[in-house]
Design a protein around this ligand. Structure first.
Ligand code: BGC
Length: 419
């Protein structure tokens, strides 16, 4: 039978990025400082990343070339509020230019308000552990949403709260590099409170401005956690604990207060086997990406099946992608994951859109510029950071153009691929 996995009309296809991972030329946030202190594995700094700030027209042109109907971008709080209370309207005007260009190209913007980086003034005051951070964050959100809301279709308040809290305050890998269980939980609590408060403010602003009803959610990284040894009850217990901490704690906190998710943003990358007490391991039989992560598409189906039926709001896959230096794994990675999406939809999961991570090779957090996630190759040595569409980018564009996987796409790009 011919291969054909079609998506419903109006399904949104796009790709994503965050502010500090692509904008370049910002020296005012804590990841810049973190890089200066020598914490990035390949020695690079986000100040040199890609320069989307300057070349956004080119990049939106590339999104168009890949037939995107939507794209996810981020706002850099440190640019918008470089000093406490002092907003820079020229920065907000620049974001308006970016959003207008997206609209002009019929690319519907999803905008993230917080994606890992923080202004230095906030970092100096204790960042997300500060008692005042919710107040500061909400003030920034109000400013940004009032300025830009007429051009934005979906707001993501906070990206990956559990990853952020864990990396910054448990593993010490993100700034400020602290290791404190108490602080880790305090950060998650503050982020949950910040989300809930921002959710209500955004709705209020849209009502006042007669902008209709906004869609507001978070981008939540979810993984599968399974026992390493299925016969060992302690491994079962460890897997349950890891899941409760990483997947569920934040969502439960948010939901305890009120229903503040119009959409469920899901970032899916991989899954772990858990060995007692809390050792995370890969599956021996699965292929790995350049960072050693298992490529586990079935996990996406499992997560959708569990969390959609638990929360019931439309799902946006806000991130899904892989680190792949030479674009060898990415084409089949995309086919495998899009196929699992299709399966989940057939099973009744309401999925509104898919954002591949990432549009461009960008600044991959502590791994730096040399770890490539993009559909578009970026020559980081080139004075203008020359961009070239990868084979996976072309293939993704064809999937988007055909609104699904077709026999021809498989034949053209990965003839050996089977669902
Ligand atoms: C983050 C991105 C990151 C990606 C790949 C996600 O956890 O939201 O910022 O680049 O994973 O590591």
């Amino acid at each position: 039978m011919a291969i054909q996995y079609s998506f419903p009309e109006g399904f949104l296809w796009g790709s994503g990025s965050s502010a500090f991972q692509v904008e370049g030329e910002c020296r005012n946030h804590d990841f810049y400082d973190w890089a200066l202190q020598g914490n990035i594995k390949d020695g690079t700094n986000p100040v040199d990343a890609v320069h989307f700030w300057k070349y956004f027209k080119k990049d939106i042109g590339l999104m168009k070339k890949m037939n995107h109907s939507t794209a996810r971008i981020g706002l850099e709080w440190a640019r918008i509020e470089p000093d406490k209370w002092a907003y820079d309207d020229s920065v907000l005007d620049h974001y308006r230019e970016i959003l207008k260009e997206m609209k002009a190209q019929d690319i519907s913007p999803m905008v993230t308000l917080h994606h890992f980086s923080n202004p230095m003034w906030l970092a100096r005051q204790g960042g997300w552990t500060s008692l005042k951070v919710v107040k500061y964050y909400v003030r920034f959100v109000k400013k940004a949403v009032r300025y830009l809301g007429d051009l934005v279709d979906v707001w993501i308040t906070i990206n990956e709260p559990s990853v952020y809290a864990t990396a910054a305050y448990l593993f010490g890998e993100f700034p400020p590099g602290k290791k404190s269980v108490g602080k880790t939980f305090r950060v998650m609590k503050n982020m949950a409170d910040a989300h809930v408060a921002a959710y209500h403010e955004i709705h209020e602003i849209y009502t006042q401005k007669l902008w209709g009803t906004p869609k507001v959610g978070i981008a939540k990284h979810l993984r599968t956690f399974d026992p390493y040894n299925t016969k060992n009850p302690l491994d079962h217990l460890s897997a349950r604990l890891a899941k409760r901490y990483f997947n569920d704690y934040f969502l439960k906190r948010v939901n305890k207060k009120s229903n503040t998710l119009d959409i469920f943003g899901l970032n899916y990358y991989s899954g772990d086997l858990v060995k007692f007490p809390l050792k995370l391991l890969g599956r021996k039989n699965l292929p790995k990406n350049k960072l050693g992560w298992d490529i586990y598409p079935k996990g996406l189906y499992r997560i959708l099946d569990e969390y959609y039926f638990r929360y019931g709001c439309p799902v946006y896959i806000t991130e899904n992608g892989t680190c792949d230096e030479h674009d060898e794994l990415r084409p089949s990675f995309i086919l495998d994951h899009v196929y699992q999406l299709h399966r989940a939809m057939e099973h009744g999961v309401d999925i509104a859109g898919y954002y591949h991570w990432s549009t461009l090779d960008n600044f991959e957090l502590v791994d730096g510029l040399m770890s490539r996630f993009g559909l578009v190759y970026v020559d980081h040595e080139h004075p203008e950071r020359k961009r070239t569409l990868k084979t996976s980018g072309k293939m993704y564009g064809d999937i988007v153009g055909s609104n699904g996987i077709t026999e021809k796409i498989v034949k053209d790009y990965v003839p050996e691929w089977r669902p």
